[in-house]
Design a protein around this ligand. Structure first.
Ligand code: SF4
Ligand code: FES
Length: 385
């Protein structure tokens, strides 16, 4: 079965193994960040995979060659069986990374997770000041809890990465966020400008940084990298809208990572469900090996043979694979188009103009991420070439 209207990138089964599996254990979350990467239509708790189902997914993932499991959500610690899932992964020899907002954790639970075999914690912060952090996360008292949890992560002997998602409403706290990571004893901080999918695309005008903010942030990161060499690793992700070339999204479609949603749909990336015409198989109905190696949704944009011009004849096509399919769809209406983040895309100028206009206008109020009876509708975001 080929998905309607889209090219089939590969016909022969893909035998390279995935490196990582992103396990979205639940879409439940006490925070309401307006840039959440979850889809606008959140999956219900009653549909979530059971403990036994997740353990079977991990068995199949290990057999397929997966090495790392990223336990994510929503908020993965909302699952009371997290320790059992971690222990199962550890039993299979898989590296486990917990991606958490932290507010449901305490030292006792962290100790239990460590004893179950957890390898690493990635803790998100929404700002450096409590009032900023709590406002952006939509959770009063959240910042103080996160600071306590950061300390507890180190107290139980787990390595810590601070995840600082930055945008126009918290970039003036970037230096303090780096300072906070140091104070907590983090080994690494990931300074990630918001990427505009799902809730973030809905809130783009409230989050888009100005060019000047981006340049100031880049200078701060470069200086901190020099000054903190050997003490803190700083990863840095810039916003596509101000870039000249796209990022190699997910390292290439279906190349490195499997994304399993709370109810077991398997996708090449967290936003892939936004592409109409693709059907994502479920671990409840298909073996993970078949989904990875042969399912049409994984084959459709694999490799570079399907790429249109200008990517087809571009020397960077094995580096960025034409950019992000989900972003191309959202901004041009065509998931096969060159990502508008590329300056060779006919939509690039329009992207730049949107970033300029939105970042300098007064920010609209946030639409906070929360389950709604009806998913909020995305306004017009299509660009004109
Ligand atoms: Fe990448 Fe395509 Fe742009 Fe070349 S033309 S840099 S392959 S997105
Ligand atoms: Fe889906 Fe980039 S987020 S390909």
């Amino acid at each position: 079965m080929a998905d309607a209207g889209l090219p089939l990138g590969r016909r022969d089964p893909w035998t390279e193994p995935p490196m990582g599996l992103l396990a979205e254990l639940t879409h439940r979350c006490p925070l309401q960040c307006p840039y959440c990467s979850n889809p606008l239509e959140l999956e219900r708790a009653s549909d979530e995979l059971s403990t036994a189902e997740w353990c079977r997914v991990l068995d199949e993932a290990e057999a397929l060659g997966v090495l790392q499991v990223h336990l994510s959500g929503g908020e993965p610690t909302a699952r009371q069986d997290l320790e059992a899932i971690v222990a199962h992964a550890r039993g299979l020899g898989l590296y486990t990374n917990l991606i958490t907002a932290g507010v449901l954790l305490d030292e006792r639970r962290l100790q239990a997770l460590r004893e179950a075999g957890l390898d690493h914690v990635q803790l998100s912060f929404q700002g450096a000041k409590p009032e900023t952090s709590d406002r952006i996360g939509g959770y009063r008292g959240g910042h103080a809890k996160k600071v306590a949890v950061g300390r507890a992560v180190r107290a139980v002997g787990l390595p810590l990465t601070v995840n600082a998602v930055v945008h126009r409403q918290n970039l003036d706290e970037l230096e303090d966020m780096i300072g906070l990571a140091l104070e907590l004893g983090a080994h690494r901080i990931e300074v990630a400008h918001v990427q505009y999918y799902g809730w973030a695309l809905l809130n783009r005008a409230a989050l888009m940084p100005t060019r000047e903010q981006l340049e100031a942030a880049t200078a701060i990161v470069e200086r901190a990298r020099r000054e903190l060499r050997g003490r803190l690793v700083i990863d840095y992700v810039i916003p596509d809208y101000w870039a000249k070339r796209p990022k190699p999204c997910m390292g290439g479609w279906g190349s490195n990572v499997l994304n399993v949603t709370p109810q077991g749909k398997v996708m090449p990336c967290h936003a892939a469900a936004s592409i109409p015409g693709l059907t994502f198989a479920s671990v409840r109905e298909h073996p993970l090996r078949w989904i990875w190696q042969e399912s049409p949704a994984f084959q459709v944009f694999r490799g570079t043979d399907w790429l249109p011009e200008p990517c087809r004849s571009c020397e960077r096509k094995e580096i960025d694979f034409g950019g992000c399919r989900c972003q191309a769809l959202a901004l041009t209406g065509d998931p096969t188009a060159t990502d508008p983040a590329c300056e060779l895309s006919p939509f690039h100028r329009a992207l730049f103009e949107v970033a300029s206009a939105e970042s300098t206008a007064p920010p609209p109020p946030f639409v906070y991420r929360r389950p709604m009876r009806e998913a909020p509708a995305l306004g017009p975001v299509r660009l004109q070439a």
